[in-house]
Write a protein that binds this ligand. Structure first.
Ligand SMILES: NC(=O)C1=CN([C@@H]2O[C@H](COP(=O)(O)OP(=O)(O)OC[C@H]3O[C@@H](n4cnc5c(N)ncnc54)[C@H](O)[C@@H]3O)[C@@H](O)[C@H]2O)C=CC1
Ligand SMILES: CC(C)CC(=O)C(=O)O
Ligand SMILES: [Mg+2]
Length: 345
């Protein structure tokens, strides 16, 4: 059966970085000798404009049938005040595809230590993985909207915590064997449930060293001692915030990829950044986060480990050779950076 890849360019810099990933996929598939069928569908603000819906029925059907979904980004000022927002489409997609596990690595690539806002010796060796719960918590709780008062609710069940914690324990087992579960158990009931479920599961993983950290202290530790972390397990909102922070520690948000996985084989693969309206249309967005997200798709959903490694190696080489976009203090355009990576595949 032909591998089916759905591209959702979305808004802002989304189409620019998706174009980069497509160029890399075209070349790497030729080199590794596999074929695929690519589809493009409307999503986010662009889909509100074309269909009046950020996650149209035909996009939903294509995503449900896909082996992997590669997403650019959604959102922007044009839709921010509207009654339907692009970000609602993203949340609906994550929920309907059941992608509860969001993997967000933050690794300092060789030669990029000096780009971190931290001192190079502090960031050298930083190699951490944030395992973020993606379909529960505050982003999915009941909401009441009002001009005088508003309400967002946070709910987690034991099952939801167990399934994401299992992913994190397994990931730690395959890495350096250290798991830090991040919560706010000194205040939140959901965090106290989270902590007790994770503690219960620790007995199944005697080879993993587990510690718990409050999210405010974790934010501090992430900048004062990022190399202390191996795998960070946390809930939806905390993971969203900490992963942007970790990406800056590792050089730039433009470099950071993610994989959103569920119980099946497919997944959603997207850079962690948003639509970057401040630089959209200028051809200067960093494509690396999206290209590395493609590598994660090839590894996790498409059974193409060799192609994933080929891409990761080419990205490393391009950066080590001094290529980079403006956010890395370099002058390559999105297209030039993509070409530099393609040449090194
Ligand atoms: N997964 C998604 O689709 C996400 C969508 N958003 C949406 O994106 C819109 C803009 O949000 P912001 O808070 O501005 O976050 P953002 O991540 O789009 O941008 C934050 C900063 O990072 C820079 N940046 C982002 N991507 C970059 C890249 N590839 N290369 C170089 N620099 C890059 C931007 O120029 C900006 O200065 C909002 O509507 C937000 O809701 C935000 C995060 C994730
Ligand atoms: C746009 C939000 C719904 C999500 C977000 O910021 C993220 O997943 O990084
Ligand atoms: Mg985010």
């Amino acid at each position: 059966m032909t591998t089916k890849i759905v591209f959702l360019p979305g808004d802002g810099v989304g189409p620019e970085v998706i174009g980069a990933a497509e160029a890399v996929l075209a070349k790497v598939s030729e080199q590794e000798g596999f074929s695929y069928a690519a589809e493009h569908h409307a999503f986010g603000g662009a889909a509100i404009d074309s269909h009046g819906d950020p996650f149209p029925t035909e996009t939903r059907a294509a995503c449900l049938a896909a082996d992997a979904v590669i997403l650019g980004a959604v959102g922007g000022p044009k839709w921010a005040g509207g009654s339907v927002r692009p970000e609602q489409g993203l949340l609906a997609m994550r929920s309907e595809l059941g992608t509860f596990a969001n993997l967000r690595p933050a690794t300092i690539m060789p030669g990029l230590e000096a780009l971190s806002p931290l001192r190079p010796e502090r960031v050298t060796g930083c190699d951490l993985l944030i395992v973020r719960e993606l379909t529960g918590g505050l982003y999915f709780g009941d909401r009441e909207e009002g001009s005088e008062a508003a309400l967002d609710t946070c709910r987690y069940s034991r099952d939801e915590v167990e399934r994401i914690a299992r992913i994190a324990f397994d990931a730690a087992r395959g890495r350096r064997g250290k798991l830090t579960s991040v919560d706010k158990a000194n205040v939140l009931a959901t965090s106290r449930l989270w902590r007790s479920v994770v503690d219960d599961m620790a007995t199944d993983y005697p080879d993993v060293t587990l510690d718990h950290m409050l999210v405010d202290a974790a934010a501090m530790r992430l900048v004062s001692a990022p190399t202390d972390f191996d795998v960070i397990l946390t809930e939806n909102l905390f993971g969203d915030i900490l992963s942007d922070q970790a990406s800056a520690v590792a050089g730039s948000i433009g470099l950071a990829p993610s994989a959103s996985l569920g119980s099946g084989k497919g997944g959603i693969f997207e850079p962690i950044h948003g639509s970057a309206p401040d630089i959209a249309g200028q051809g200067k967005a960093n494509p690396v986060g999206t290209i590395l997200s493609l590598a994660m798709a090839l590894r996790h959903s498409l059974d193409q480990e060799a192609a994933a490694v080929r891409i990761e190696t080419a990205v490393s080489k391009a950066l080590a050779d001094g290529h980079g976009t403006f956010d890395l203090g370099c002058s390559d355009s999105t297209k030039e950076m993509t070409a530099a990576i393609c040449e090194r595949l």
